[in-house]
Design a protein around this ligand. Sequence first.
Ligand SMILES: [Zn+2]
Length: 188
Amino acid sequence: MTKSGPGGPKARARARQERDGVKYTRALRGAAAGAQDRFGGHEFEYEQFNDLFRCTECGVYELAARGADGAIAPCPGLAGYGGDTERVYLLLTQNPDFPYRTAFLACEVRATGIGRAPRFSWRDGRLLVESAPSVVDELARRIEQITTTVDGRPVPAVSRIDRLTAEAGRAVIEENHAAYVAERGEPA
Ligand SMILES: [Zn+2]
């Protein structure tokens, strides 16, 4: 009896690894798609003062988004997108000379009302930002204007802006998610 070769333990371990890898990738995709389907892409958060859930993106209440049959209308995204359901992305390279942290940049982007940093958008000095085709030029213009003053000179927050299609943007999020899970495990 041989210990290697196509039927040996090493080959079986390798096959198991490959199979688990595929299952793992499918599970990740399924989990992401499942959450998307179940809530129609809305990001409902609890509002204590009225005991209701409201989408932080489009502002609709869950009760209003859900029809009589329980089905939920898809989230149209940020109110600033003006109902444009197409998505495009900007990949921002943070200027290493900029003194504030990434959270600052993500907050500044969110404050424009026409872009946001989705989950798993930050990795290796780069921040992925979602927007809509109708407003992405304006968003890029405003991001270029984010500066702070160091030693009397303006320092831009971002040293480079790359424009990505919806597919390319989602691929970046998937890569970042996979890298996060590999390093720290699935987030709660
Ligand atoms: Zn929504």
